[in-house]
Design a protein around this ligand. Structure first.
Ligand code: NAD
Length: 488
């Protein structure tokens, strides 16, 4: 008997099948998608394998030439139509995402989903303004153009599913590429809704495809496929290494947005209330934020006062159901993730760390916001990404020491500093290894800006023209002036 392909999540109907070549496609097997809020099975999702991967790439390959030849203004119009669809279904998207990944409904409503729509609008508009000034070489004109690269595989994580996916989908489509999206298995639902929205907006069949499944089962077939021209991945470092190895078969260009262990430096000259505010914000999304400044590095002379104010502020955070408007911290995504978080904390405590606050699980999938001190620079808790509401605090005496501690991990995604001295900010920023540095602020991100990580936090940058550089084959055409004799 055929299964019921639709699930109802937060009152919203979601198709649980793949979206390939403009049609819903089922798989023989399914996997359970569980809500982190209460452990309820939300949906049985079609569990893709190499067969569905091959079908999706084939659909993307078929659709590519016509989409690549579609005038930029028409591509931009369709992207704006998708943004309209996102805005029309904003409440539904917000509800489904919250049930699926447990992040705050209020953030999805007011921040994340409007940003999803903006992703489409921004790259649609950027496409139309994309230009490089022509330049001359001995009378010859150099003209730079951005040619669509081809079918692109986009693989995304669960911590901000639709926001991160559309950050890739929008520029890939704007550039004229066709897309195969593989959302994370712990939060696949809004990708399916986006497929409906794109179809309703009039995007031609096969230009956007969604395949679902476990990365370990479907990933290789996507990333080693010879017809795939770009792979953009956001996720963990170990997975990135597997993908890079798989993509090596065809030397497929990769963009990798990976993990971090970012520092938040607090100097004695900082506005301490602001510094504390910035530090407490690192618990957002239950600490499941790649950019989070999880290593608090505080100048020794203000460390006691900073800690006192931090503890007061953190104590006021309300942990609970992410659908409740008053909640500040929701659950973590999955029992496995919670075990991982608790394992990090247990090992840190066993090796001499002290929990200033937290340090333990709560009921369900909730973890108490945690601050650990007495941690060694070379310890696991300082060096490895926890991806949960766990911060460490270390102190420093000199600026050089602060910079040395900040840079001493294998990551380089972001850094935040709190200081009242603009000259210090400039000095320190110049020495930090990070794709993004925030001075007296956090999480301010403009799509015009380059985004990405250094060291093992990533390869490449996306945003604005950087995205088009990645999703296109950039071409330089050199034209001789009239009457030019090439041997002259
Ligand atoms: P993950 O690496 O486990 O999974 C990410 C995606 O990769 C999922 O869709 C998964 O199914 C897929 N995948 C797994 N194995 C694969 C394989 N062999 N081939 C192809 N695809 C495969 O990461 P996660 O746990 O979902 O996400 C958390 C990580 O993502 C953290 O490290 C976090 O820092 C990082 N992250 C980075 C950014 C950034 O922009 N730098 C943003 C968000 C999250």
């Amino acid at each position: 008997m055929a299964r019921e392909p639709e699930a109802t999540v937060g009152g919203v109907a979601v198709d649980t099948r793949h979206w390939i070549g403009g049609e819903r496609v089922d798989s023989a097997e399914t996997f359970a998608d569980v809500s982190p809020i209460d452990g309820r099975v939300l949906a049985e999702i079609a569990r893709g394998t190499g067969t569905e991967a091959a079908a999706a790439v084939a659909a993307a390959k078929t659709a590519f030439p016509a989409w690549a030849a579609t005038p930029p203004a028409e591509r931009a119009r369709l992207l704006h139509a998708i943004a309209d669809g996102v805005e029309q279904r904003l409440e539904e998207l917000a509800l489904v995402e919250t049930h699926d990944n447990g992040a705050l409904l209020r953030s999805h409503r007011r921040g994340v989903m409007p940003r999803v729509a903006h992703n489409f609008r921004f790259f649609a508009d950027w496409l139309l303004g994309l230009a490089h000034e022509d330049f001359e070489t001995r009378g010859h004109r150099n003209h730079v153009s951005w040619d669509p690269a081809g079918p692109s595989v986009l693989i995304t994580p669960w911590n901000a599913p639709l926001m991160l996916a559309t950050w890739k989908i929008a520029p890939a489509l704007a550039a004229g590429n066709s897309v195969v999206l593989k959302p994370a298995e712990w939060s696949p639902l809004t990708a399916s809704l986006l497929a409906d929205i794109a179809a309703e907006a009039g995007l031609p069949a096969g230009v956007f495809n969604v395949v679902q499944g476990y990365g370990t089962e479907i990933g290789d077939a996507l990333t080693s496929h010879p017809d795939v021209r770009r792979i953009s991945f956001t996720g963990s470092v170990p997975t990135a290494k597997r993908i890079a190895a798989s993509a090596a078969a065809n030397l497929t260009p990769l963009s990798l947005e990976l993990g971090g262990k970012s520092p938040l430096l607090v100097f004695a000259d900082a506005d301490l209330d602001l510094a504390v505010q910035l530090a407490v914000e690192q618990y957002d999304n239950a600490g499941q934020v790649c950019l989070a400044g999880t290593r608090l590095l505080v100048e020794d002379s203000v460390a006691a006062e900073f800690t006192r104010r931090f503890v007061d502020k953190a104590a006021a955070l309300k942990q609970g159901d992410p659908r409740d408007e008053a909640t500040d911290i929701g659950p973590n995504i999955h029992a496995r993730q919670l075990d991982k978080i608790d394992g990090f904390v247990r090992r840190a405590l066993d090796s001499g760390a002290r929990a200033v606050i937290g340090g333990h699980r709560q009921d369900g999938l909730y973890y108490a916001p945690t601050l650990l001190t007495d941690v060694a620079q070379d310890s696991e808790i300082v060096q490895e990404e926890v991806f949960g509401p766990v911060l460490t605090l270390q102190t420093f005496v000199t600026e050089d020491e602060a910079v040395a501690l900040a840079n001493d991990t294998r990551f380089g995604l972001a850094a935040t500093l709190a200081t009242g001295d603009p000259e210090r900010a400039e000095r320190v920023t110049a020495k930090l290894v990070a794709g993004t540095v925030w001075v007296n602020c956090f999480f301010v991100r403009d799509l015009k800006a380059p985004f990405g990580g250094s060291r093992q936090s990533g390869v490449g940058r996306e945003g604005g023209t950087w995205s088009f550089d990645f999703y296109c084959d950039v071409k330089n055409t050199v034209t001789a002036p009239k009457g030019w004799l090439s041997h002259g």
